[in-house]
Design a protein around this ligand. Sequence first.
Ligand code: UN1
Length: 513
Amino acid sequence: MSEATASHSSTQQILDELGIASENSGAFDGTWIDTQGELVHSVNPTTGEVIASVRQATAEDYEQVAAASSQAFREWRTWPAPKRGEVVRLLAEELRKHKAALSALVTLEMGKVLNEGEGEVQEMIDMADLAVGMSRQLYGLSMHSERPQHRMYEQWHPLGPVGIITAFNFPVAVWAWNSTVAAICGDSMIWKPSSQTPLTAVAVTNIAARVLERENAPAIFNLAVGDRHAVGGPLVADHRVPLISATGSVTMGRKIGTVVAERLGNSLLELGGNNGIVVTDDADLDLVLRAVLFAAVGTAGQRCTTTRRLFLQKGIAEEMKGRLIQAYGSVRIGDPMDPSTLMGPLVNQGAVDDMMNAIEVAKEQGGEVLYGGGKIDRPGFFVEPTLVAAKAHMPITCEETFAPILYIFEFEDLDEAIELHNSVPQGLSSAIFTLNMRSAERFLAATGSDCGIANVNIGTSGAEIGGAFGGEKETGGGREAGSDSWKIYMRRQTCTLNWGTELPLAQGVEFDI
Ligand code: UN1
């Protein structure tokens, strides 16, 4: 069998296992809707070839999905939370069964290397496991009332259908951050995935629907693949949807946040990052090298947590730059399905153009390309990982370009590095490499990193799900995944209960006839 045939037949097996046909519906409300929307082709960024296609939801389909989701919520909210947790436990089991196929589909459709595709599906499983435990821990506080024979406490109720808008770069994990928690909280969901990665969304919806059906649970996991006219706009403006959780660019988040705020809904925004690593003279440079490589080159620079800025203290700057140039030269670029590949393609031609454009602008603004800077001449959307020596406050370094460009700055002292680090509009992830505990604590102090995530001797990407994930400033302020992020998926009710025979008023007010 030729190599092409072999890879073709294994792609077919992956699609078959996940219930993906050559043409699929992109609208699910408990069953797949026979949608008449426009066909979107899912392109493998490694080859430029179509993997399969999805018919997008029309505005009418969206309406049907939203109505079904509201109906499902009405029943689901009556299930005890630990029973909801049991359904999520079974979802985790089903994901484990299909981990290999789903990881491979993530890689085929989005282009991240297989090992990272597997990591992404593992992140879904970890999230589901965490949510199962959370389902017995939706704690409310109890307070002491100032009035005699009164009891006061908070309880958390299900919120409603949640809109989940996800990006191409983590096509399934970010759904799981939201949906597993929302599910145990008693919410239903309407998922609008990126139209770049509709197949993984169809596959996940198939997996989740199977679990719900087996458990006689209402159809809480709904899907509407579509553009902003048919799906995005109506979803964001929908009064039936009290929470919109959106991952994507700052430009997109600003539009969504405005519409949701206008109707006084809640939004959870996880937008652009412009993540920096500060390296002091005393750092362990072997660790720095490995961390920077993973954080700047991993996922071809297409994580919101990708390291885009590196701050080197003068004493180690030359050595570190030399080591990075050498390491960048050894990055194995190619087919992300090949286990020896470290960097796959960018998602599409637009991403390649954006990267090339950013490099040109960087040069115009005084940047010097130390390594890479070009496209790679082969099918698909391949580029060279790129190092640029940058000057402080170059405007392009304040923007997020979703590509493997790393801007390198030099600094004299830590105060200067922190100021430069914090001088961008985004505030997602950050890190310092140092063996000096004073420098580490300085970075983590209130006057240190202004980001939602701050690490010591760990890169900016690859966060664990146990913590709350999100960032400040233009990153949008949302928090997803672990810790107490579940609270945004529920509504809080403060209850005061009088079990006495008098009606004392708070604050000592007397009001009697
Ligand atoms: C994203 O890029 O949108 O911390 C999410 C990380 C991953 C999640 C990234 N766990 O890099």
